[in-house]
Design a protein around this ligand. Structure first.
Ligand code: G3P
Ligand code: CA
Length: 248
């Protein structure tokens, strides 16, 4: 639980991981709405291409875990994916939820007043990096004035390609634990943000990144106690399945 002296994050520093995925089915409009209701200003979401080149908001490279259907994304069209039940696997109350396209999600975020950390997934069925990043660029171009966008990826090449198209957007390199040469690797993108696993955080790293003007956010942390000592050291934000525990 938080206390009045808890040096925790503001609403702008909390990103709901795949939406409020502890409360509602991940990467659905219900999960994004739940995040907004919890007071989050940002959601993190995952994108990947369907067989017919539409960006879908989904974490895995198959629909098996998070829908009523089965099969690889690379063999299913957007219409086929969109027809599946994307919520009952989580709870019967969410049986009307669908796996949304990124375009549908961007429209919903505008209505909810949310901003988004768009994580570009690099799956084996993605044959063209150029096609992937141009699809992201086209969909985010339709965001409302209320929606800020940042891009993250475990794939430095995807970030490089995206940074070339959209140099003004924040790019976040995803690492479980930053490599020793993190500074050079960020410069090569170029990016000024690291998203890393919260268990790999250290005060020493945060002092180094802060000195160099690099932002660090921690994923996926659902317990504010784990981060208490890191905010004063320069932690920029948290990515959490349950934004309420940080904002409640
Ligand atoms: O943004 C951090 C986090 O989303 C990365 O891991 O597997 O949940 O996409 P994953
Ligand atoms: Ca993600």
């Amino acid at each position: 639980m938080t206390s009045p002296s808890y040096p925790g994050p503001t609403s702008n520093e909390v990103q709901a991981h795949r939406g409020a995925s502890a409360i509602a089915p991940e990467n659905t409009i219900a999960a994004f709405r739940t995040a907004a209701e919890a007071g989050a200003k940002w959601v993190e979401l995952d994108v990947a291409l369907s067989a017919d080149g539409t960006l879908m908001v989904i974490h895995d490279d198959t629909v098996d875990r998070t829908s009523s259907g089965q099969g690889p994304l690379g063999e299913l069209t957007a219409a086929q994916i969109g027809a599946l039940d994307g919520g009952a696997w989580f709870d019967a109350r969410f049986a009307d939820e669908r796996i949304p396209t990124l375009a549908e999600t961007i429209a919903a975020l505008g209505e909810l007043g949310l901003s988004a950390n768009v994580e570009i997934k690099q799956h084996k069925h993605h044959k063209s990096l150029d096609q992937l990043v141009r699809a992201v660029q086209a969909d985010i171009a339709r965001r409302s004035a209320k929606t800020d966008i940042m891009i993250s990826s475990f794939d430095a090449e995807a970030l490089k390609a995206m940074a070339a198209l959209e140099p003004d957007l924040e790019m976040a390199m995803l690492w479980v634990r930053p490599p020793d040469d993190w500074e050079a690797r960020l410069e090569a993108i170029p990016a000024k943000t690291i998203h890393m696993h919260f268990k790999a955080l250290s005060i020493g790293l945060l002092e180094e990144t802060s000195k160099r003007g690099i932002k660090v956010r921690a994923w996926t942390c659902n317990d504010p106690v784990q981060l208490v000592s890191f905010w004063d050291a320069g932690l920029t934000g948290v990515i959490t399945d349950d934004p309420k525990v940080f904002l409640g």
